[in-house]
Structures are given as C-alpha cells and as structure tokens.
Design a binder for this molecule. Sequence first.
Ligand SMILES: *[C@@H]1O[C@H](CO)[C@@H](O)[C@H](O)[C@H]1NC(C)=O
Ligand SMILES: *[C@@H]1O[C@H](CO)[C@@H](O)[C@H](O)[C@H]1NC(C)=O
Length: 180
Amino acid sequence: MAQNFLPKRLPNLFLVLALATAIYSAKATNLKETNLSLYFPDILAPGATSSTVIPVAGVASKAQTFTQFGIVFVTDDFITESADPNPLEVGRAQYMYMTAGLDRLNSHVMISIVFTNKEYSGSTLEIQGVSKQFEVVREVSVVAGTGKFRFARGYATFETYSYHVATHAVIRCNVTVQHY
Ligand SMILES: *[C@@H]1O[C@H](CO)[C@@H](O)[C@H](O)[C@H]1NC(C)=O
Ligand SMILES: *[C@@H]1O[C@H](CO)[C@@H](O)[C@H](O)[C@H]1NC(C)=O
C-alpha cells in the first residue's frame, strides 16, 4: 500500500512546491521599497498637559525613569516630515515601551505609526522589537502595515536629532520598508 502511495503523491508535492516558489518569486518582484524620514518631537515635561509621554506602570517606591526595569510608558507623539520649528503634522506615533532588560539597557517598543497626511492617510506601520536605548542609533524591525503599507516588512532607525534641557527631544526615525 505504502509503496503504491509514495510514487503517486511525490510528483504532486514537487509540483506544489515549484508552483509555490514561482508564485513567491513573482510576488517578490512586485514589492515596492519606500524610505521615509520622520521626526518625533517628544514632549517630556512631567505632568504638563502638553506631555506626550506618561508612565503607566512601574515598581512601587522606585523612580519612574527609563532606567527602571519593568517601567512601562505610553506615548502619543505627532510626527512631522522635517525638523522645522513649525512643521506640518503627517501622522501620530502611538506607542508603548517598557524597560525589559534586567541590565536596563534594552527597551521593548511597540509603535503604531498612524499616517494622516494626504499621501498615506489611513495607512499604518507597525514597528516592534528591542531598542538598545542607550545606543546612538537604535534599529528596530518593521513587522507589518495596513493601507498603502500592506504586508510591510523592513527596519527603522531611531536617533536623537536634538535635545533641549530634558523637556523636549526630537527623535528622527528613518524607515525602510518593502510592501505591495
Ligand atoms: C532606501 O534606503 C536604503 C538605505 O539607505 C537604500 O539602500 C535604498 O536604495 C533606498 N531605496 C529607495 C527606493 O530609495
Ligand atoms: C536618516 O536619514 C537622513 C536623511 O533623510 C540621513 O541624513 C541620516 O544619516 C539617516 N540616519 C541613519 C541613522 O541612517
């Protein structure tokens, strides 16, 4: 029984594999690549109504700082396409991040970029992974997207673009994504 079964089924398996490979490579060539440079002005003033970042969980009696293992922050930053003093908002970065390394060096970030500008309005990008928070350039994976960024995959780099006396930092985020 098994001897009859094998020779009949195997060619089918190869056909399926060959087809799958052909479909995969046809699709892969249709991928577009998009590079974006986005600026996140983080307003850090604690307690200020303009503050865009708040700690939502921490460790009782421990300071609410980025260097506290277990702390969780929620942020809603507007995103601009340049670092001008009065730049145009192109979207929001709505995210959560937590200091997830016992050595306090690594932060785990989950960032939704929600575009509101004309070109990408209604589209989103999801950035998720470890951010080595004390490195000059932090690279995090882009794992998914919607709208114009369906099936997005790629990477994003974060770097502090400017920093003003602990109340206002501008982060530059360069995104390279492949998508349909
Ligand atoms: C996007 O940026 C990467 C890295 O700088 C570069 O290699 C690539 O050619 C760029 N792609 C496009 C479409 O500009
Ligand atoms: C981000 O992109 C800008 C150009 O838009 C470039 O000057 C800068 O070096 C890039 N940063 C990184 C970390 O690649």
